[in-house]
Design a protein around this ligand. Sequence first.
Ligand SMILES: NC(=O)C1=CN([C@@H]2O[C@H](COP(=O)(O)OP(=O)(O)OC[C@H]3O[C@@H](n4cnc5c(N)ncnc54)[C@H](OP(=O)(O)O)[C@@H]3O)[C@@H](O)[C@H]2O)C=CC1
Ligand SMILES: N[C@@H](CC=O)C(=O)O
Length: 402
Amino acid sequence: MVKAAILGYGTVGSGVAEVLSCNQELIAKRAGNPIEVKYILDLRDFPGDPNETKVVHDIEVILQDPEISIVCETMGGNEPAYTFSKRALEAGKSVCTSNKELVANHGAELLRLARENRCNYFFEASVGGGIPIIRPINNCLTAERIVEVSGILNGTTNYILTKMEQEGMLFEEALGQAQALGYAERNPEADVEGYDACRKIAILTSLVAGKTVDFHKIHTEGITGIDPTDFAYAKKLDATIKLLAVSRETEDGYQISVAPYLLKKENALAGVNDVFNAVAVCGNTLGDTMFYGRGAGKLPTASAVVADVVECARHLQKTVGCLWEEGEAKVADFDSQEGRFFVRVSKKARADVEKVFEAVVPVVLDSALEEFAFVTESMQEAEFEKCREQIVGFVKKIRIKD
Ligand SMILES: NC(=O)C1=CN([C@@H]2O[C@H](COP(=O)(O)OP(=O)(O)OC[C@H]3O[C@@H](n4cnc5c(N)ncnc54)[C@H](OP(=O)(O)O)[C@@H]3O)[C@@H](O)[C@H]2O)C=CC1
Ligand SMILES: N[C@@H](CC=O)C(=O)O
């Protein structure tokens, strides 16, 4: 019997207990041993819950119990999750986590501690919820030089954008629904301002680079500025708007950004809706591959954590290799990033626009509107900003994913 503990009995933690119980027999077969949850650490008690007798409030009970070989950290946040994870690994207990904030901040160090203590630090659920992406990058794509990773990495914002586009729902209402469904972070600013997707693309790029990407260096924009008029223009252009995270290897380092993008309906990512996420990975010899599934939610995310638990149970006292070491991977200057832009400007700026951007083809939604839009040629971010300075009045840009 392999004994495990769950730290944090919220959306994901309670899902971990449910998946372990619901698929108990097949998990025992696949792990080579039955897996039992011995303790659940939380701040609260859960009277009436089937696991209420397992609840403890002192981490020492778990850390000091030699029977516990696997700890699922589903509390979230940096502290005390960082200290608890570190201490579990130092005690030789493997840790499986869904906590991307912690992985993005301390992944390399926690992996080293796992190696030093002959156990494992696994984090499949930290990116893309239930989508297998960490293990595929580490294992199945290990023969590849990965040149680009991009995709939709946040379920909450994709849910909000889908509801706004398809049902004309207001931002706040759609966010409220995503929170009620258990998709959003405790502080949903992390979702809507793009910070969550930023940490996830930092984790993926760190795995690709083998060194840590400092996520503070990633250009990050959220979706709070996207309004119904943007969707009306997108429809007119046979396009949609998605929050994309993009990471590309260049000679100057990894060019990484998180921002809303306008993308044509025929783009595979345009059809990724609601809480679904998709990650496209391009390898130098393989070409393009894509991973798709539920990016958030109780059971899909818990399923990924439990898969890590099974992998730990199969490798007790052995560390499974993961090439992500301490030291920093270079992030390229964002200003040199190149692409086309969709731009909304006030009607009064027409002459300026034609002078600065030359041959623009205006997109007009409604002649009564005091604005029009156009699409630029491919140019660098810095170049666009210089042009923008020469245009008086309202200017709003959305990048285009070609
Ligand atoms: N929800 C999702 O779909 C996904 C979440 N994740 C990540 O998984 C992690 C957990 O998310 P989620 O389950 O949604 O969050 P929840 O807020 O639902 O659950 C966290 C649980 O941990 C408990 N907790 C917090 N601090 C402590 C502490 N010091 N000691 C003991 N228990 C504590 C909380 O108790 P209390 O409520 O009393 O504070 C709560 O029960 C986060 O890192 C999140 O980013 C990853 C993928 C998807
Ligand atoms: N809040 C996150 C949860 C999963 O990582 C999201 O919406 O994607």
